[in-house]
Every structure is written in structure tokens, then in C-alpha cells.
Write a protein that binds this ligand. Sequence first.
Ligand code: SAM
Ligand code: DTB
Ligand code: SF4
Length: 335
Amino acid sequence: MTSDSPSLVKLKDTLRHDWSRAEINAIFTLPFPELIFKAQQVHRQHFDPTKIQISTLLSIKTGGCPEDCAYCPQSAHHEKSVERENLMALDKVITEAKAAKKAGAERFCMGAAWKAPKDRDLDPVCEMVREVKALGLETCLTIGMLTPTQSARLKEAGLDYYNHNLDTSEEFYGSIISTRTYQDRLDTLSNVRDAGINVCCGGIIGMGENEEDRVGLLMTLANLPKHPESVPINLLVRVEGTPLQDASSVDIITFVRVIATARILMPASHVRLAAGRETMSEADHALCFLAGANSIFWGEKLLTTPNPVKNKDQRLLDLLGMNPVEPSCASSAHA
Ligand code: SAM
Ligand code: DTB
Ligand code: SF4
């Protein structure tokens, strides 16, 4: 593991966790050229702007989810939800992880459509974490709410990151999900953090939220006791059969403003351009990277919906003169 240089340590010391709504709003609404310039300045203090962190997703337990998240095709509450499947066998997970590594992924993120894992589910999941890590990949899970004991077991198995999104502002949250509360989400984030696992937490843009909700989400994320190491910003994938199938689209400039503001508020975090890239042009991608996004999901599927194929992403990075971060040893999880 490489230790941070003294100057980077100093920069990290200046991270803030007391942003006011007015301050965030002032950043979010800056004239676009000023916003991008500021985001670029901050990005370059912490990262090489030509490097992109690469993660690959796998749904290890698909469909039949008891939660009612309005955006999600895996919720059993929605009419046309995806077919329910059992937990994937370990050998299949390993085959997929090997393929992801070969394709250049640094991190392998396994998702399960659970409200929370049952304690008996945790044994096979811990085994997956151990085996994926042994391949030299960083490990990430997103399997619902966790208790402190479950978090500790996953840490012990070698889990590097846990993804658990706040999705939107506390105020708008109730219009999107009724089966769990915002506080439930915050509690899991705190359990994961206390267990010493890196946190991946972000949200979705395009669910009918307003500007205040976008600012509110960013304020909650940036004012957590420690910034999430990864901040995924998803553009809603409007899936037929979900209550949000006809949600109004969001213009790319607004989406880029969210990315740039996240970059400025959480300067040392990886900001991930997550779901929604399938409908974005190369120029849209370039704007997101200029705004400070420095991570993507690589591979033709997210969990259940399509993502750009690898050739297309490779062409994009070639066009932009950008490169994936070199995979490091999985045992040295870093921010
Ligand atoms: N069940 C677990 C949970 O909700 O934490 C993990 C899987 S869940 C699919 C992970 C995240 O994917 C959600 O929190 C949400 O932010 C994102 N997501 C799900 N469906 C999406 C969609 N249609 N468009 C964009 N993001 C989506
Ligand atoms: C995140 O913020 N986005 C990813 C990952 N974390 C788990 C998931 C996106 C899912 C998009 C809908 C689907 O493919 O089912
Ligand atoms: Fe279930 Fe997660 Fe989908 Fe919500 S987002 S319905 S919790 S799989």
C-alpha cells in the first residue's frame, strides 16, 4: 500500500463536513464555465484527471425484492418486475469475476435484491467476497441493510467497499420508497463505516426531484462524518413497468452540475458516473469527466439493465486520451 504524500495528507485535512444549503446552492448555480473550472481545479488537487477507476457489477440475487423503490425493476411491488432468481452459485460468480478482471476492472461489485440479508445468507456471500478478493480484485457489495455484526463479518471476509445509496433528499425520499426510511439508510452507512469498510454512497437524478432535492442529497452526503470514498451519481434508467417509467428526462447540463458540485464538496472521493450512460453521447461523457467524474461501471450490463459495451467505452477513453486506473492489489483497499 502506498502512503499519502504530506501534501495530500494536508489537502485531506481540509475536507469539510459543515456545508450549508446556501453554500451548496451557490456552487450548484454558478455560471457553467465557472462551475466546471472550479471542479477541475479541485479534481486536479486530488487526482490525475486522465485516470478513470473501473468497477464491474454482477447481480448475485436478482428480482423479487420486498422493497418498493419506485425506480427499480427488481421490486416485487411492480407489475412487470424482473424474474426472481435464487442466489447465484459461487463458481458462476468466480467465472464472472475472472472475466471482469481480464476486461480491466479494478473492483467487482456484487448486488442482491434484498431488503437485508438473512444471517444464513451471509455465509455464502462471505465466501464470494473471499474468493473474488483472492483473484486480486477489490470487492464491493450492495445487498441491503446491514447490522453492526453483519458488517463486521463482511469486513472479516475481506470486503473493501459497501454500496448503499441515499438516492435523493430526505424530503423527497418518501415519494420514492415507503418500505424503509432515510434513517434506516443512514444507520446502515454508519454500521458499515464503523466496521472499517469503505463507503460507496450516492443517488439518482431524474426521478422528478427538484433542484432543492439535488442540493439536499449532496448536502447530506458531504456532511456525513466522513465522505463516502465512492459517490455514484446515477441518471435514472426508466424501466418499463416501474412507477417511474415515464419520468421526465433531465437535461445533461443539470446532471453535469450535480457531478461538478459533488466533486467540489467531496474533493478526495471518487465520483462515479453510474447508471444511465447507455443514453449518453460521447460529448455528454466528456462533460461529466470534465466536471470531475472519475469512475464508471464497465461491462455490458449494470445489474439488470444494459450498459455500454466495452469496445464502445474503450473507444471513448481512447478518443479522450484517458486510461483506466491500473488494478492494484485487492488487499490494499484505498479511497
Ligand atoms: N438492494 C440493494 C439496495 O437497494 O441497496 C442493492 C441493489 S440496488 C439495485 C442499488 C442501487 O441501484 C439503488 O440504490 C439505486 O440507487 C440504483 N438503481 C436501481 N435501479 C435504478 C435505475 N432504474 N436507475 C438508476 N439507478 C438505479
Ligand atoms: C449504483 O449506484 N448504481 C449501480 C450500483 N450502485 C449497484 C446499480 C445501477 C442499477 C441500474 C438498474 C439495473 O441495472 O437494474
Ligand atoms: Fe430492492 Fe434495492 Fe431494488 Fe430497492 S433498489 S427494490 S432495495 S433491489
